[in-house]
Design a protein around this ligand. Sequence first.
Ligand code: PLP
Ligand code: COI
Length: 356
Amino acid sequence: MEIRIEPVQENQKKRKCTNPAELGFGRYFTDRMLVADWSEREGWFDVRIVPYGPFMLEPSAAVFHYGQEAFEGLKAYRWNADSVALFRPEMNLKRLIRSATRLALPEVPADLFIEGMKELVRLERDWVPESEGTSLYIRPALIATEEALGVRPAAKCRFFIILSPVGAYYATGFKPVRILVEDRMVRAAPGGTGEAKTGGNYAASLIAGREAVKRGFDQVLWLDAIQHRYVEEVGAMNIFFVIDNRLVTPPLSGSFLEGITRDSILKLAPTLGLTVEKRPAAIDDLMNGIRNGSVQEVFGAGTAAVVSPVGALCYQNELATIGGGTVGPVTQLLYDTLTGIQYGRLPDRFGWMQEL
Ligand code: PLP
Ligand code: COI
């Protein structure tokens, strides 16, 4: 695959945020982006790394009307002054292909996704921040660009990757978050697009998220669409519980995202002496368990959120505080182990890291 690389002019260079505390999540972008186009007739063409900037798309482009789109999220971590590493990028490629298939989008080839991403991050390596807890968030996305209002899979698409130096996803950092359990609205139903990483799922979650923030919570915990009883996932992370000293997480149902952090935790946990159970967890049982102490810890897991302790769950106006609002030992151990591997401080026994 040939990548055309356009130079960045002095006046196109972006301001670097020098205070890591101000980075937040997804507010700053780097100088360059990768772009490639696809058409039904020609396949993929014109792979290029160009200065970050606006796209010219016609208002009739399909993505603006019917949401035909899929995206990914992963991170590059700074190991030392000359070394940067990616975490399991092949997993994101596989998931993007699954999401694209569900959304009738074309498959992104492995060399475009992996080699294109590596070349972009290599060129932008100075943007990978170095202070504790920061990283370079990588956002690949695939959109339908065909100018046509007919409801059918677009015959023209665009793939792009943008980069954003980030700090903690939650303003509170590695502190317990407060979660509101949504018992009316649903995020995704069986047979729907819940397990695809597509914008529509997030659009459908926004008003519940806004309501939760208004009520003093950080995010929403979604329940299953049929019985409104079994927990599925949080707004931007998968959910885990420590119940009677076992690590419990819901089995994949097709209606929530198969997280790469979730998969990594499920692989790491047994090596740390933890017993893992993938089983459905009903919200009423969990609330009882929090009250009687059998639910010892709750945490979320995701690329942006890493491992985020949950300090309180609110369900039908009942607020249950977990572990006195402090970070539990299993949550801390998994956070330390996962971030230890990602930042190159611990041995990478699974071969997850790819140094550039
Ligand atoms: N669930 C949702 C809805 C998400 O947005 C994310 C974040 O990507 C996750 C789960 C966790 O997935 P991953 O660990 O692959 O980032
Ligand atoms: C991620 O963790 O990569 C996400 O995509 C979560 C959210 C920012 C959408």
